[in-house]
Design a protein around this ligand. Structure first.
Ligand code: DP6
Length: 349
């Protein structure tokens, strides 16, 4: 027999960034972070997992190509889910799995991203969130999403936030074993329905410095990172929670832009400095800043992760349409790959 489960998880975009670990192995961050989860129709991972007594080993395929499962992060997620597997029985199919059997049954995993990996946007967040969620479903795991998020965290930090829709906070936690470092939902996907998120793909090249090694270097060398984590983020997180609760776009936009800029300032403060944004990213920031300044109040927010692609957030469809017009005028798509994937993708949550 073969038993299967399928799940889908969207990626998430941090508006208060996670940058820096206090424990590398358990993936425990130096500060809380807040994100917005995208609509699953855009930028999501779909994963099917199968288990069968006839599988001799664990195997995984990503976008149709077999990849190694030997990495510590995959192994942590598999181990933690297996530990929590529960009894399962399907009399019709003659399947009976005892709790302790999960440790010895091997899995086959097939995962797909619905966005070209080459665009550098298919983040590990959606992938690990989906892997943990789907394995949990297959192994009849009874734990709640909070507990699952702390397992997904061990795959990739930002993945813990993709277990929920809407606005999500990753609480850094205090405990050494990481059991209190998990995600909580601040507001569900219906709370601020008007927001429109536009992802402008600036470059389809893979990033030169991975988030993992970039943040390791920042922790080791950037004095600004320490100041940010201890002094800036705690009060900024409170203000962001308030802005989200009140759907206060003005405050939300200011905090989002400021936090993105400080994250990239930490990257510059790292030795050797890390440059994730390029000239086009900087020109996009200028465009938005000038527009916001000319109106006296934020029209659009921007945020950039560990790469040059812009994530632009508009308060409603009307402003999003105006923004798209401006983007297409000032930044006409040139990359052939991008015209294939439909220009900058317009994603409403
Ligand atoms: C800039 O979660 O990819 O996107 O935990 O080492 O896998 P690891 O890093 P990752 O880092 C994401 C960093 C970021 C900010 C964020 O998503 O909060």
């Amino acid at each position: 027999w073969v038993l299967m489960a399928t799940g889908r998880s969207p990626t998430n975009i941090a508006v208060i960034k996670y940058w820096g670990k206090r424990d590398e192995a358990l993936i425990l961050p130096v500060n809380d972070s807040i994100s917005v989860t995208l609509d699953p129709d855009h930028l999501s991972a779909t994963t099917t997992v199968a288990v069968s007594p006839s599988f001799p080993s664990d195997r995984m395929w990503l976008n149709g190509k077999e990849i190694s499962l030997s990495g510590g992060r995959f192994q942590s997620c598999l181990r933690e889910i297996r530990k929590r597997g529960c009894e399962f029985e399907d009399e019709k199919k003659g399947i009976k799995i005892k709790k302790e059997d999960w440790e010895n049954l091997h899995v086959h995993i097939a995962s797909y991203n619905n966005f070209p990996t080459a665009a550098g946007l298919a983040s590990s967040a959606a992938g690990f969130a989906c892997l943990v969620f789907t394995l949990g479903k297959l192994m009849n795991v009874k734990e709640d999403y909070g507990e699952l998020s702390s397992i997904a965290r061990q795959g990739s930090g930002s993945a813990c936030r993709s277990l929920y829709g809407g606005f999500v906070k990753w609480c850094m936690g205090k405990k050494d074993d990481g059991s209190d470092s998990l995600a909580v939902q601040l507001a569900d996907e219906t709370h601020w329905n008007d927001l429109v998120i536009i992802i402008a793909v600036v470059s389809s090249k893979q990033k030169e410095t991975s988030s993992t090694s970039g943040m390791r270097d920042s922790v080791e060398t950037s004095p600004l990172l320490r100041y940010r984590a201890q002094t800036v983020v705690p009060s900024r997180v409170l203000k962001m929670e308030e802005a989200i609760k009140n759907r206060d776009f003005d405050s939300f936009a200011k905090l989002t832009c400021a936090d993105s800029n400080q994250f990239h300032a930490v990257c510059l403060d790292t030795s050797p400095p890390i440059f994730y944004m390029n000239d086009t990213s900087h020109r996009m920031i200028s465009l938005v800043e000038k527009w916001n300044h000319s109106q006296g109040t934020p029209q659009v927010a921007y945020t950039f992760d560990a790469g040059p692609n812009a994530v632009l957030i508009a308060p409603n469809r009307k402003t999003a349409a105006l923004l798209l017009q401006k983007l297409l005028y000032y930044f006409p798509p040139q990359d052939k790959d991008l015209s294939r994937c439909g220009r900058p993708s317009c994603t409403s949550r």
